[in-house]
Structure formats: C-alpha cells, structure tokens
Design a protein around this ligand. Structure first.
Ligand code: ADE
Ligand code: ZN
Length: 327
C-alpha cells in the first residue's frame, strides 16, 4: 500500500492544536462576512493571502484578528464540532485542544459563554464524530502575570469536564517563562498537567526555564532544543516529550524549510517526539500531512511513523485504559 494509505490508516492523536487556529476556512469566511470590522478577508483568495505569514509576530496578529470574531457560545461550539470532524477525517479519535479564556474575555465573551460552547461542542464531538476532546487552558504570555492569575483562577474555579492541562502561549521574545511560576505551581498542585510553549521562537534557555520554573511535563514545540546537546540529553533521560509542529514552524518562518527541520536530530537523540498541527487551516496543515512530510522529506520509515503515533498516545493525558484502546 502507498505511504499515504498507511498514514491515513494509522490511528493518531493530536496533542497540540489551538481552538481558534483550528477554525476552518469556511467558518472564518462566514465570520468575516458578519464582522467586517475585524479586518479578516471574506473572500477565499484574499484569505489565503491573509494567511501568508511574514514572521511569527505577523502570524499572531492574524490569529488575534480571527479570535476577535468569536463572540458567543455558538461560535465556540461551531469551532469545536468542526475541529472534531476534521480530526475524525484524519483518523484521530482524541485531541488535547488549547483554549485561551483570557483572550476571549478581552474580546467580549464572558467565561460562562465560553464554557457552555466548549461543553456543548465537546458532547457533540463525541456523539457525532466519535472524537474525545480534552482541554488545555493557556495563559496568553504577552498579557503578563495578570493574565496568568486570571487564567489560573478561572481554570481552578470552573474545572470544566475534560480540562487536563495548563499552558502558556503567545510570543516568547520578551516574555520570560519564569514570571508564570506561581500559576503553574498552583495548577500542578490542583492536578493539572504543565504544557507550556517554549523553544518555538527563542532558544534552548527558554526550554530550560519551562522545565525548571514551570515543571513542564511536555513542551509545546521545543524545536530549538536541537541546538543544545545537554538539553537533548535531559529531555531524553527524563522523557519530557516535545509537541513538534513542523509545518507551523515553516509557515511562521522559524525553520527555513521542512527539509531543514530538526525533527530527525531530536529523534536521533532519543527525545520523545510527537507530531502536531498547531493551527491547521491557518498553516494549510493536516495531521496526516505532518506524518507524510516526516516520511517523505525527513526520511522516516513506516515503522518510525507508527512509533511516533504510539508515542503521542503514550504521552497524552488519557487514562491508561483509554490509551490501550487507542493503540
Ligand atoms: N497561539 C496560537 N498558535 C501559537 C503558536 N504556534 N505559538 C504560540 N502561541 C500560539
Ligand atoms: Zn501552539
């Protein structure tokens, strides 16, 4: 059978995808027609151009523009159910999905509106698509410690069904990880897993800080770890997995090309790597596409792809029983 058929048939899970960034092109076009003031093109060709990112900060501005069009529970439910349909089409029956409550509140959506949309969407994802969704509530790092405090309080007070982890996203440049230490400590004490972004847009020092200051159990991206042999050894020895998103790294201009991506080097050093899409329609990425790229461009063999898929199940925050069912 072809490699594509092999990848498609592989049961996969997605461990790094942002809810806003999972909005389908059709959903974004429909939102853009309703909210012209957001500055998001309502025309397919123009949206494709809008999604050509000059650099990481430009990407974030586009992401925030799309986020600003989400106003109520129905918008959230539409995104959640759409993501579940997309995951099912990739033969992915489980995903951990990052949600940023602080940003939605700033854009005018009350917390209970967000939570209702998440809960309704999650129930429909299971019933209509056979996809189980878990949530990561993350701090938008650029908003500082106040966003950290509010995100923590919201997560622990509401504790919605499916909430498994606590994250940190947004830019890394000028946004030190260590300032968020108290919030991660409290989140971990309350039983949430620590999954900050680190080493996507800055060097290995940020990954070290995520490990030491935030007790990271997995690292969002962590790509720049490849430049630090001691860090690679640490990640391998302590089995801290990286949520690698190759197409995202190319599209935000963090890596020159897929061929230049350090994925192979990470694997060769024994690091537990998972493959993920980050913000799939914005990057033109799919989960199957990430596996295919790993094979065709980075030379991974079929058995290595199957191992990557298994690693993702292993390092997910599913209960052991469910892990066994998914492999
Ligand atoms: N928010 C959405 N996508 C992100 C990414 N790749 N890095 C940091 N924050 C994000
Ligand atoms: Zn991300």
């Amino acid at each position: 059978a072809s490699l594509r058929a092999f990848v498609e048939a592989l049961p996969k899970v997605e461990l790094h995808v942002h809810l806003v960034g999972s909005a389908s092109v059709d959903t974004v076009l429909a939102l853009a027609k309703r909210h012209p003031e957001a500055g998001v093109p309502a025309d397919r060709q123009a949206l494709a151009e809008f999604y050509e990112f000059r650099d990481f900060n430009h990407f974030l501005k586009v992401y925030w523009a799309v986020q600003s069009m989400l106003r109520d529970r129905h918008d959230i439910e539409t995104l959640v159910v759409g993501l579940a349909a997309d995951l099912a089409a990739q033969n992915a029956r489980y995903a951990e999905v990052t949600v940023t409550p602080y940003n939605h509140r700033l854009d005018g959506m009350p917390g209970d509106e967000l939570l209702t949309g998440l809960a309704t969407g999650r129930a429909r994802a299971a019933a209509e698509h056979g996809v189980e969704l878990a949530w990561c509530f993350d701090i938008p790092g650029e908003k500082g410690v106040e966003a950290g405090r509010e995100t923590l309080v919201f997560a622990l007070r509401e504790r919605p069904d499916g909430l498994v982890s606590f994250g940190l996203g947004g830019p890394e440049v000028g946004v030190g990880r260590a300032q968020f230490e108290p919030f991660f400590t409290a989140a971990r004490e309350a039983g949430l897993h620590s999954v900050p972004h680190a080493g996507e847009t800055t060097g290995p020092a940020t990954v070290w800080s995520a490990l030491h200051d935030l007790g990271a159990e997995r690292i969002g991206h962590g790509t720049s770890s490849a430049a630090d042999p001691a860090l690679l050894a640490y990640l391998a020895e302590h089995r801290v997995p990286l949520e690698v998103c190759p197409t995202s790294n190319v599209r935000t201009q963090q890596v020159e090309s897929l061929a230049a991506h350090p994925l192979r080097r990470l694997l060769d050093h024994g690091v537990a790597v998972t493959l993920n899409t980050d913000d799939p329609p914005m990057f033109g990425a799919t989960l199957n596409g990430e596996y295919l790229a790993a094979a065709e461009i980075l030379g991974l063999r079929g058995v290595e792809l199957a191992n990557l898929a298994r690693t993702a199940v292993d390092v997910s925050f599913l209960p052991g029983q469910r892990k066994a069912e998914l492999t």
